[in-house]
Design a protein. Structure first.
Length: 475
């Protein structure tokens, strides 16, 4: 592989007021004077003249719950749709969930390699609070928001963020002022409006495709319901009940700690209906070899050092998303015990009642040192007669969600916890290993079938990018 050389005068370092000297930055920008599409236009305009930073601190009110949106993949998918949120309140929210936005805002993750595109939402955002890991802008001087939104989604700008303007090592971020220095040919508002009109029907096609797509959790629940002939409607009716008549002898059944709360007894009634047609119910503790809680050192978004996973990397599809956004410089004597490896099975030890004990498996080879945090439990399972993939998907299905929702402990429902006790005492369907494999394969097949819809969405998004780039290069 050849080495590229570029000569630069010391005076040319002033292109960056922090005297940045890395080659990738100077090779791209000094040669083209920030003309990011290399148009050689004589009438360039910087993004700073098109976009205005807009940061309004969210005002939390006492006693109200809000929908927190971090930058992680769990919360916003690769197409820019909110897929999940973190329930937060004034009394219980991380400091990074900080900003209020409205429908005129355009959001962009500040992290290199972010999967999410630039974002804009067309629904009521008054109950949503966004992470300070987003850069937030509004169009200036009447420029078209839709045009600017899709400009920021172009592959060229994505490439520059991920390969040129980012700073730092490990989890890297880019500076807002570097982004706003980027230049494009000046395009009239009338021309922007014209392009936006052409984009609108394509956006509607994307929305239709998105609405036709089944999410992973829906597919998982559908398959488990079919395979075990579970009447989910009856289960939901039991879940809505406000009181139960429980005999004293029933309190002792499967009740290691003699719990007598309403929540504990409700899950017993729910499981009676869930398992009424299943003849292979066993205790998970019979298959667990060991459990280990993770370690949570002080870490920060975009920091340097050893990477640290978060709760947002656990997924309903049972695959751990290896995309850490935090890093730490702390260490300890046995730190190697907390590095993840391919095949590791994790469940969330703490989360909301809906997400606690969400399970995911490391499915890829790990080349960097990555720490699993204290809110993870690493579970080692005897795999002679049980499939980790099957257990992960069952944990994430309505069977696991009901159980962990009601056996988890905590006064604040925005953060409840489980321990190895709740894992060991989980009674669940464990059919023959061949049947487990069949169920896993059926779920995977149905989830993979949705990828064709993803491909169609990507093709339509590429059409939008072509409209933007053609307008820029022909101007």
């Amino acid at each position: 592989m050849g080495v590229m050389f570029k000569k630069r005068k010391l005076s040319e370092l002033k292109i960056d007021y922090l005297l940045r000297i890395d080659s990738k930055f100077h090779i791209d920008f000094k040669d083209y004077e920030w003309d990011i599409f290399h148009t050689k236009s004589k009438n360039l305009i910087s993004l700073k003249e098109l976009l205005e930073p807009y940061y309004i601190v969210f005002e939390y009110e006492d006693g109200k719950e809000y929908k927190g949106i971090p930058t992680g993949r769990e919360y916003i998918d690769e197409f820019g749709y909110i897929s999940c949120y973190k329930t937060v309140s004034k009394e219980n929210h991380p400091g990074r969930l900080k900003y209020q936005v409205d429908n005129d805002c355009i959001l962009l993750s500040s992290l290199k390699g972010a999967i999410t595109p630039s974002l804009n939402f067309d629904f009521d955002l008054s109950e949503y609070v966004f992470s300070n890991g987003f850069y937030i802008f509004k169009p200036k001087n009447g420029y078209n928001k839709k045009f600017l939104l899709h400009l920021l989604r172009t592959k060229r700008i994505k490439y520059l963020i991920d390969n040129v303007i980012y700073r730092g090592i490990g989890i890297s971020a880019y500076r807002e002022d570097d982004l706003l220095k980027l230049k494009i040919p000046k395009i009239s508002i009338e021309r922007q409006n014209e392009i936006a009109e052409k984009i609108t029907p394509i956006e509607q096609e994307i929305k239709t495709l998105k609405e036709s797509k089944k999410d992973a959790l829906g597919i998982i629940n559908e398959v488990f319901g079919e395979e075990f002939d579970i009447n989910i409607r009856l289960v939901k009716e039991i879940d809505k009940k406000k009181n139960f008549l429980i005999s004293l002898t029933d309190i002792f059944k499967k009740n290691y700690n003699l719990r007598n709360s309403f929540r504990w007894n409700k899950i017993q009634e729910i499981q009676k209906e869930l398992y009424c047609k299943i003849d292979c119910i066993e205790k998970l503790g019979n298959y667990i070899l060991e459990t280990k809680n993770g370690w949570s050192p002080n870490s920060q978004d975009g920091g340097n050092g050893i990477l640290v996973l978060g709760l947002e990397h656990l997924n309903y599809n049972g695959v751990l998303q290896i995309a850490p956004t935090k890093a730490t410089q702390e260490t300890k004597n046995n730190i190697e015990d907390f590095y993840i490896q391919k095949g590791d099975f994790f469940v969330s030890r703490g989360n909301t009642v809906d997400l606690v004990a969400l399970a995911s498996i490391v499915q890829e080879e790990i080349s960097n040192n990555i720490i699993f945090p204290d809110l993870y439990i690493k579970v080692e399972i005897n795999e002679d007669n049980i499939s980790k993939e099957y257990i992960a998907l069952l944990f994430n299905s309505f069977i696991g969600r009901y159980y962990f929702k009601y056996v988890s402990k905590g006064k604040n429902q925005t953060m409840v916890k489980i321990s190895s006790t709740e894992l060991n005492e989980f009674y669940l369907p464990i059919p023959l290993i061949e049947k487990q494999t069949e169920i896993v394969d059926k779920i995977k097949s149905r989830i993979n079938a949705q990828k064709d819809i993803d491909k169609q969405i990507e093709e339509k998004q590429n059409k939008i990018s072509e409209l933007i780039e053609n307008a820029i290069k022909s101007n």
